[in-house]
Unconditional design. Structure first.
Length: 116
């Protein structure tokens, strides 16, 4: 992974670290939406929502278009694929840990049944 890729991944994770931004992405996963539509479920000002949208845009997670008088937002899944690719390299570790935990639980349950 190059420094540029690492910086981009850091930017993506920073954008995803906020629950409001994750909720905005979840909304956009259902389809295109305007800033007003994205702001509707939140108790915050349009400028605050716009700041969240800018963070998501800088991370490459959304694209804000221009149609006549409004600027619809759409999700761009490409950065999420990068996150998935990065986490995939650690899959074997967490699967091994789950296997160890499963083994321990089975041992524990077996001992518990033997003590009854």
């Amino acid at each position: 992974m190059t420094r540029s890729d690492d910086d981009k991944l850091s930017q993506i994770f920073a954008a995803l670290a906020n629950s409001t931004r994750r909720a905005i992405l979840a909304h956009l996963a259902e389809g295109e939406a305007t800033v007003n539509e994205l702001a509707a479920p939140f108790r915050m000002s349009l400028p605050a929502i716009s700041k969240h949208i800018k963070v998501l845009e800088r991370a490459g997670l959304i694209i804000q278009g221009q149609k006549a008088q409004y600027r619809p937002c759409t999700i761009d899944v490409t950065p999420l694929k990068e996150v998935s690719k990065w986490t995939e390299q650690y899959r074997h570790i967490w699967e091994a840990r789950f296997d160890q935990m499963d083994h321990y639980i089975n041992q524990f349950n077996g001992k518990e049944k033997n003590n009854e």
